[in-house]
Write a protein that binds this ligand. Sequence first.
Ligand code: NI
Ligand code: MN
Length: 223
Amino acid sequence: MHISWHGHSCFIFETFSKHKLIIDPFIKENPLSDLDINQINVDYIVVTHAHNDHFGDTIELAKKTNASVISTVEICQFLNQFDIDTIGMNIGGQAQFPFGSLKLTPAFHSSSLNYDGKTIELGLASGIILDDGYKKIYHAGDTALFSDMSLIAPVDCALLPIGDHFTMGIEDAVKAVELIKPKKVIPMHYNTFDLIKQNPYQFAEKVKNNIVYIPKIGELIKI
Ligand code: NI
Ligand code: MN
């Protein structure tokens, strides 16, 4: 599997089957993003929760690409008014897709959307586990540290927030790595805004066995 990081919690996964998925497409308002919404070609859009720094440009991107949106049932129900193809799931559920399997995991977080001047509550926040038949990746979404992360172990790669303030910070993310036992860890959800300023190299130093990889924006990483 090939993955690339596009700032904040936005990743593009290209699976063994050559399907492309974008996770948390926060693009236009994301100061770290290298993506041009008119040039993105994806088969699926996965949204971990409704906060605008994750839901981001889902509506526009789904319209432009005809990609199906995979998310919680509440977010999918909200999207249905825009005539977007959705696959609603819920926490703990796994489903089979042409690219492999995808499961929604718990995330200790909230999930509201600011839309049209209103705040809309859209169910629970989630993380995702994607397994393309060869590699298993855990994208934690936004979450606090919780001990049941140990049930997710082991994975080939874990994408973990380290920004603090709204999610785990470095200290808790180090503990999360011990629970998840990934072969590789990529930090996310940091340095996008002042409130989540962190030094990812400090995180890398604290995690045992040298398994943290800090990619450049847009760099292609082979998992
Ligand atoms: Ni959030
Ligand atoms: Mn967030």
